[in-house]
Design a protein around this ligand. Sequence first.
Ligand SMILES: NC(=O)c1ccc[n+]([C@@H]2O[C@H](COP(=O)([O-])OP(=O)(O)OC[C@H]3O[C@@H](n4cnc5c(N)ncnc54)[C@H](OP(=O)(O)O)[C@@H]3O)[C@@H](O)[C@H]2O)c1
Length: 283
Amino acid sequence: MSKNLYTLITGASEGFGKALAMECASRKMNLILVALPDSKLQLLAETLIQKYAIEVISIEKDLSIEENCTMLYKQVEELKLSVNMLINNVGISSTMFFSEGNIGFYQKQVKLNVVATTLLTSLFLEMLKANKPSHILNVGSLSCFFYLAKKQVYGATKSYIYSFSKSLRGELSSEGINVSVICPGGMNTNETIVNTNKSNNWLARQSIMNPEEVAPIAIKGLLKCKEIIIPGRMNKLFLLIDKLLPSFIIKMIANNHINKFKSYNTGNQPTNETVFNRSLEAT
Ligand SMILES: NC(=O)c1ccc[n+]([C@@H]2O[C@H](COP(=O)([O-])OP(=O)(O)OC[C@H]3O[C@@H](n4cnc5c(N)ncnc54)[C@H](OP(=O)(O)O)[C@@H]3O)[C@@H](O)[C@H]2O)c1
């Protein structure tokens, strides 16, 4: 008898993770959804079971705590669930000068964005090999390609995800495991991000996508075994401009961007020169 296979999605109760869960459910994939305790996860699981007649298991764990990643794996093993798709979506973003944040927040950001992704990939690796052909989708960000003010730690965690995914892909392709990385630009997910996006200029707002638009692109790209998935025409355009411009001009724009931010903080309005960079801030 063939066993039931599951897709495990971290950070699945809200935002992009929820949109990914809904997209996978619509494709009749069984799901293991993970989010913080007391989230709306159980409700989402029940809705998906009723609507799509699939199996959905919800597990509540704070994945910023390393032991919880191990406990999640053990729970999946004890329930005798077989995972053939791992979606490392969980992550927290931030937009602030480095001096404005505190070390506790940065530690949590690194633990969630970097450590949880690495640990879960390591823990589930043998299971993914046993269930090949299998997939790993890591959620990066467009900000991993740019070195933006107010995105230093967040951007660095996403650069890790990008680099990790590309190297791992090379190692695991011969083992029947596809590794893809998605680098979305700004998405209207949680309330804070939606409010920031509303205050952006016109060009910046054109690049913002809804998570429900990005999720089908992500899953389609993953199943096609694409190495890097960049959703949206505007985001692709930003990357192209970045590649075409000489590095000294990029540096000038970046310095200008930081100065404009500083004068913006002191009450002066930004000019059109900040448009390109501010479009990337939401990523
Ligand atoms: N939004 C954007 O503009 C954007 C752009 C590029 C990339 N991304 C990336 O996309 C991913 C999802 O972002 P999002 O904007 O959708 O986030 P979000 O709306 O804040 O949702 C985060 C999800 O992660 C869960 N979560 C938060 N902390 C957790 C923890 N410690 N342990 C377990 N689960 C936790 C939340 O669960 P609860 O409901 O229980 O809190 C929620 O389900 C992140 O990796 C982010 O970097 C986002």
